[in-house]
Design a protein around this ligand. Structure first.
Ligand SMILES: O=C(O)CCC(=O)C(=O)O
Length: 383
């Protein structure tokens, strides 16, 4: 049962930010803090920070942007879909989840559990490296292919941005050849594990895009074709250290994903990802050996608004750290995105104008530091 009241929770519009390649939060890397606290991994220190992490004022959100955790539904959940079932039933479940939630979890997906565990362990070891070693990847330049950073949020009427309680490492995942030699040498298995994981994600993305196309009544490769000939997959590892007061801050601010499709593997046993459904926050509890799938802005546009790119956020945990790896399907910059013709008719006029993905990115950066309304700027006005 969902909570019937959300008093104290600000309207979503106050919180909107989207994903940069992946989230649309602002990059800065300010770190201030001098008090230490014990965590399960000692005192975590941001790679760009001079001292161990503490809940200093730079992490504290104004009241109207705090997570109000007691009001998050503990009972409602997003759909869980078994990929190993009869095709027409599977397509129906996927399209329903895409239309009603924009989010679902998948089980029996065919990706090796052992590989996923190795990948999460590798990420964990990466974030346990001494800050000075991780700092080699730190940058404030969002055009960099490989970047370690932490997301910040600009708050109206406040000069300083609020830092999110997380550290993020992002790089291409598939194809990897051009940048493989630039990925971390430590932990030593990093490159091999990510190369293997990238191939699995590429297959899974194709499988999901096919199901989603068929769910729209389209030929099975339609979405993939519309997303262009030179897409890439990017990986974004998120590390959330334990937080002394999860009510005061967020791990990742509210956003929709900028790209087409996202596959998230989260560490088991710690809940942190939350998604909005009918104006209420719902926790996405990790199910053993599952992936969370969420639709990005480009799928919403291609489907002419039938499939939803939904707002989500990550909250922190007082005792446990949490790790997640998001894999993003990123169209090539020249790809023209717009509502698919077969989905347009008299009853369903186009909701968006077509654009090159590069223009969407430009708009995304143009809005940096403001309330992000990127796909909204491509909406067509209806009379
Ligand atoms: O589960 C999580 O940590 C949130 C992942 C996410 O939203 C992202 O990386 O964009």
């Amino acid at each position: 049962m969902l909570l019937s009241t959300m008093r104290g929770i600000p309207p979503l519009s106050c919180l909107y930010i989207h994903h940069l390649s992946f989230c649309t939060i602002i990059y800065t890397f300010a770190f201030r803090g001098s008090h230490t606290f014990s965590t399960e991994m000692g005192s975590f220190q941001l790679a760009n920070g001079p001292s161990p992490l503490s809940l200093s004022s730079s992490f504290i959100l104004p009241e109207n942007k705090r997570p109000y955790l007691s009001q998050v539904s503990t009972v409602a959940s997003i759909p869980v879909i078994d990929l190993n079932q009869e095709l027409s039933q599977l397509i129906q479940q996927v399209s329903r989840a895409c239309e009603e939630y924009g989010f679902f979890q998948i089980i029996n997906h065919g990706v090796s559990q052992e590989l996923c565990e190795r990948m999460l362990k590798t990420i964990s070891e990466f974030f346990e490296l001494p800050p000075q070693e991780r700092a080699k990847f730190f940058t404030t330049d969002h055009t960099k292919q490989i970047k370690l950073f932490n997301y910040n949020l600009k708050v109206d009427g406040q000069e300083d941005k609020v830092s999110m309680w997380s550290e993020t490492f992002s790089h291409p995942l598939h194809p990897l050849d051009d940048v493989a030699h630039l990925l971390p040498e430590n932990p030593p298995q990093y490159r091999e594990v990510f190369a293997e994981y990238g191939m699995e994600m590429n297959e899974l993305m194709t499988k999901l895009l096919r199901l989603m196309s068929q769910g729209l009544g389209l030929e099975k490769d339609c979405l993939k074709k519309k997303l262009g000939e030179n897409p890439i997959l990017r990986a974004q590892s998120n590390f959330y250290p334990p937080c002394p007061d999860p009510e005061m801050t967020l791990g990742l601010a509210v956003h929709t994903d900028l790209n087409a499709l996202t596959i998230v593997r989260q560490s088991e046993g710690v809940t942190g990802l939350q998604v909005i459904k009918d104006g209420k926050w719902v926790a996405v509890d990790p199910i053993p050996n599952s992936f969370v799938i969420n639709l990005g802005d480009q799928i919403q546009v291609l489907s002419n608004g039938r499939y939803k790119s939904v707002h989500h956020r990550a909250v922190t945990n007082k005792v446990h750290r949490r790790i997640s790896l998001a894999t993003f399907y990123v169209p090539g910059k020249d790809t023209v995105i717009g509502p698919i013709e077969d989905l347009i008719d008299e009853k369903h006029p186009p909701v968006y104008r077509s654009y090159r993905y590069a223009w969407f990115l430009e708009e995304f950066y143009r809005q940096e530091g403001t309330r992000r309304m990127v796909k909204e700027t491509f909406e067509l006005l209806t009379s």
